[in-house]
Design a binder for this molecule. Sequence first.
Ligand SMILES: *[C@@H]1O[C@H](CO)[C@@H](O)[C@H](O)[C@H]1NC(C)=O
Ligand SMILES: *[C@@H]1O[C@H](CO)[C@@H](O)[C@H](O)[C@H]1NC(C)=O
Ligand SMILES: *[C@@H]1O[C@H](CO)[C@@H](O)[C@H](O)[C@H]1NC(C)=O
Ligand SMILES: *[C@@H]1O[C@H](CO)[C@@H](O)[C@H](O)[C@H]1NC(C)=O
Ligand SMILES: *[C@@H]1O[C@H](CO)[C@@H](O)[C@H](O)[C@H]1NC(C)=O
Ligand SMILES: *[C@@H]1O[C@H](CO)[C@@H](O)[C@H](O)[C@H]1NC(C)=O
Length: 609
Amino acid sequence: MVMAFLGDVVVVLVVALAVQAEAQQSYVNNKQLNCEQSPNTTLGFVCNAAPSCTAYLTFRSTPTYNTPVTIAYLLSANASQIAAANNISDITPLPTDTLLLVPIPCSCSSNYYQHNASYTLKFLGETYFSVANNTYQSLSTCQALMAQNPYDFRRLLPKMTIAVPIRCACPTPSQTAAGFTSLLTYLLRQGEDATSTAAKFAAAGAAVPAIMDANMLNQTSILFYFTPLLVPLKTQPTLQNTNTNTNTNTSPPPQPIPPTNPASSHKWIFIGVGIGAALLVIFSVIALVWLFRRRSHKSPNPLPTEESPPPLSELSQGIRSAVETLSLYKLEELEIATNSFAESNRIAGSSVYRGWFNGDEAVVKVIKEDVSGEINTLRQINHSRIIRLSGFCLHQGTTYLVYEYAHNGSLKDWLHKPHLDWKQRLQIAYDVADALNYLHNFTNPPYIHKNLTTTNILLDSNMRAKLANFGLARALEFDKVTTRHVVGAQGYMAPEYIETGLLTPKLDVFAFGVIMLELLSGREAAAGKLHETIDGVLSGDNVRDKLQGFMDPNLDYPLELAYSKAQLACSCVAHNVDVRPPISEVLLALSALLSSSTDWEDTSLTFTD
Ligand SMILES: *[C@@H]1O[C@H](CO)[C@@H](O)[C@H](O)[C@H]1NC(C)=O
Ligand SMILES: *[C@@H]1O[C@H](CO)[C@@H](O)[C@H](O)[C@H]1NC(C)=O
Ligand SMILES: *[C@@H]1O[C@H](CO)[C@@H](O)[C@H](O)[C@H]1NC(C)=O
Ligand SMILES: *[C@@H]1O[C@H](CO)[C@@H](O)[C@H](O)[C@H]1NC(C)=O
Ligand SMILES: *[C@@H]1O[C@H](CO)[C@@H](O)[C@H](O)[C@H]1NC(C)=O
Ligand SMILES: *[C@@H]1O[C@H](CO)[C@@H](O)[C@H](O)[C@H]1NC(C)=O
């Protein structure tokens, strides 16, 4: 019995090996668009021949990657070889969309042929899919990227360097026997098919039957755009790129060659980006639903008597590392803590509820969407003047964030109360500047809060300030970034941000200046156009009178220090972004004001006694 069984296995193995030796590579068939599934074809071309060889890729120049040098950097290739293969100079920028040949070494690594490149993420929002499909023009796949990188797909951040396995292949023995010496990974475009591709590389020996065979295609197969096609070549390929400034004929017309081959008489259907985009959306939705359902299925017993968080391996990597520092709550626990989200526990006008967790008061913020961004931001931020995220819960598409409780609510509620005295106001300003200084200068990457308002400054039981609400905060990798999506609170937004979407830490400095003016005047930013008024107050004649008119009438203050603080605030709301001081300087100035105020307080106490 055993022998017979072994015999069967051997037979099967022999057949499998025989098939593999004969087979060329399977076509990826648009499977690279569905990042959730990773059939073997998406992971790479299977090693079925020589362990290494020289292979070729095509790449179309983009505004960022438009010289052999930059393209070589992206693809880990050799710039002078790219220049030679395309008969162009190393450094002259090419017009966008110039097709270039790129020679690369290709080798076998864990069963798949690949060429190793690496890429450092540059923007928030870059994904494995966007890197594979857009940056690398489908020369890699999201599946291969996920398989070879440790980072969860939802947790990619600027400055992370990821390995990019580029698809390539070496000729099989049957291809070698037919005279082919290398394989080119070519990306089809709309209007192109095997026939036009063969024509494009005819000088290097490309032919339709060999292309079909190399990709295991037959007459009923469907070809897709943005899907790499292997083109067997007999000699080193060349492209005639007449990329001098003149617009002489760019390339031989890629019009379909008359159907001389049986293949071209059949329908070759090309499906474009519509499907890709749809699949991608579906994929993201499925991924989120999957995550949330996983979570909600994990709370079978209604009593939170025993902590039984789901096995960490079931959570995505980013959430998993969050779990290491944060508590993962069950919805039932939050319901018990907040009295089932009772109206009386709600903080007026918000989706924030007070609750008790093991005797500690905390607040639960309910957000009807995925806010992994905010979780991820706060997880990396740890400062005594920044409100602490202590845990979270994901349940049926809603995120519940559990924050430390600030007993005295928001600064906004206190602005008009006369019992916030000069020293307290100064201390609050100092605390906020301290938090901003940490965000701008001591986190990596630096963050900008982007939504600094009196509503987002909370006061603890000692009337010390803590910065809250990081929903709009963003990491800043570059000195100058612009956005088209300008959001923020009226009265606090810096002019350059409103006008051009420019994002710099000076955005927070401006909003901070407005807050200092609110603290001085007791007036609200939105109502008062404070930043426009202050310049007039501090210049011209009668500054003393004008300043006294500007100040909160309920406030007792030392006029000289009030003048200094107003000047500081005025520099923070300067229209010109370069005139605004960095927050580190503001913090120093406030520190000096704070110690002077202590002296003033002591003397004024002496006088009243
Ligand atoms: C994919 O490859 C792995 C090993 O590399 C193999 O075990 C598995 O059977 C393959 N799956 C398919 C569907 O070919
Ligand atoms: C690039 O290729 C050229 C010619 O093949 C070779 O001389 C040079 O050393 C290569 N450069 C690098 C960095 O490998
Ligand atoms: C390379 O380009 C130059 C002009 O820039 C041309 O004279 C030369 O013939 C080209 N060489 C090849 C091999 O096409
Ligand atoms: C490419 O990367 C893979 C995985 O990181 C590694 O196993 C392989 O050795 C690398 N290949 C080369 C040629 O460096
Ligand atoms: C063509 O290839 C597909 C798989 O790609 C296969 O299912 C089909 O049977 C093949 N048709 C013929 C006529 O060989
Ligand atoms: C994939 O890349 C192509 C061009 O390389 C682009 O036209 C297409 O929009 C991209 N697909 C998606 C879903 O972004």
